[in-house]
Design a protein around this ligand. Structure first.
Ligand SMILES: C[S@@+](CC[C@H](N)C(=O)[O-])C[C@H]1O[C@@H](n2cnc3c(N)ncnc32)[C@H](O)[C@@H]1O
Length: 384
């Protein structure tokens, strides 16, 4: 049964009515449904991440994922000449499990590196910041929670990373009508929210397809073809690039290259909603109680990054990345452990899930560099 948050439904309805055209872009709708400061999905107490929640992420599967990421971070620190101040910036930290796994492992295995780390969490949801602070109570002196506005331009030296952040950004929905690029808007009808199609709200949508070098629309796309454009991802990259003085940006998420993303056969786009561990494609159900996401266009991040002066250092799939960081060794070591049979099966299953090519293992992993050693093969991208 669908459960809408009454408050967020009223807030979005009022916002649409206050708009002179009586409609808002889908990106505005998604932003309110997910991030309204009180009643959005991520700001309410409804957000559930984990095997019993609405969705789970790599860090829901135990400590391996965070520990393997540490192997990449230490490699970056070494390549950068072991600076005595290293900013490790986690963007979109969810419940805080990844930060906990990373810091716990660093403290024990790489104490020298741990010493020089300044761990910053950039998190949009006040509710999740509270949950993170409760979980990470042992590391409160090591972590600072900050908004981007408090971080000076070109001040960060180190690595800014995110896991499943970009897929949670509000997207514009676009479509093809009479062979032309049009935008999908949200309006209010007697039966609830309804989509209407009209001219695009911003030329940035056209510019986006030029950026990713996709000729959209053209005759190979069918009338009514729908897809999404994540302009917020470009704004975000611009911001991170501005704050970074020297170092790397590591982005892990589900997604495709632009050619695959905007393939004529993908005529309904990639938008998905997650509610109590089931997914569907109706963002007007369970409003404020469900996650809404879309896949990431990695070509956009790469091409826009180049325009900003970033260098593409590596792009691969999570399975390859984690194997290069030592996941295979962890599987081997399971033979010599003290687990009981149930624990052994659970851990082996978790490791396999992280590299399952049809699931988490198929995620994209992109690393971009700024003013940092570029002709390097980072450990997670070294497959020899
Ligand atoms: C899908 S969850 C992923 C959480 C976590 N990284 C994980 O792997 O479990 C997305 C996270 O990004 C946060 N978020 C979304 N937009 C953000 C933004 N613009 N800046 C910072 N955090 C953001 C959400 O509040 C949430 O914590």
């Amino acid at each position: 049964m669908a459960i809408n948050s009454v408050e967020i439904t009223r807030i979005i309805t009022d916002y649409i009515h206050s708009n002179s055209a009586k409609r808002i872009t889908f990106a505005e709708y998604m932003d309110l449904a997910l991030y309204h400061s009180e009643y959005g999905y991520y700001s309410s107490d409804k957000v559930e991440i984990g095997s019993q929640g609405d969705f789970f992420t790599s860090s829901s599967l135990g400590t391996d994922y965070g520990e393997l990421l540490v192997e990449q971070f230490i490699g970056i620190w070494q390549i950068m000449g072991k600076p005595n101040h290293f900013d490790l910036v986690e963007m979109g930290a969810g419940l805080g499990f990844l930060a906990q796994d990373i810091l716990s492992f660093l403290q024990v295995k790489y104490p020298d590196f741990f010493q020089v780390i300044n761990y910053i969490i950039i998190e949009k949801s006040p509710t999740l910041i509270n949950k993170q602070q409760e979980l990470l109570v042992n590391f409160v002196n090591k972590i600072c929670w900050q908004g981007w506005d408090k971080i000076k331009s070109k001040s960060l030296v180190g690595c800014c990373f995110s896991n499943e952040l970009i897929d949670a950004f509000p997207v514009h929905k676009v479509t093809i009508k009479n062979g032309e690029l049009k935008e999908v808007y949200v309006t209010v009808s007697e039966s609830g929210f309804r989509e209407i199609v009209d001219d695009i709200s911003t030329d940035k949508l056209t510019e986006y397809f030029n950026l990713v070098k996709v000729n959209f629309p053209n005759e190979t796309y069918s009338e009514g073809y729908q897809t999404e454009v994540n302009l917020a991802a470009l704004d975000w990259l611009n911001l991170v690039n501005d704050k970074l003085k020297m170092g790397y940006i590591l982005t892990i998420d589900y997604g495709y290259s632009a050619i695959k993303y905007y393939h004529p056969q993908r005529y309904q786009g990639t938008l998905k909603c997650y509610y109590q561990h089931r997914h569907h494609d109706n963002p007007y159900l369970n409003i404020g109680c469900q996650d809404i996401t879309s896949h990431v266009d990695f070509t956009a991040l790469q091409n826009y990054g180049n325009l900003l002066g970033l260098t593409n250092i590596g792009y691969t799939q999570q399975a390859m990345f984690l194997m290069a960081l030592g996941l295979g060794d962890r599987l081997d070591q399971l033979r010599n452990n003290t687990y009981n049979f149930q624990e052994l099966l659970a851990r082996r299953d978790a490791l396999h899930q992280l590299i399952d090519p049809t699931g988490l293992g198929g995620f994209g992993v992109l690393i971009q560099g700024k003013n940092a050693p570029e002709n390097v093969i980072l450990k997670g991208f070294n497959f020899s």
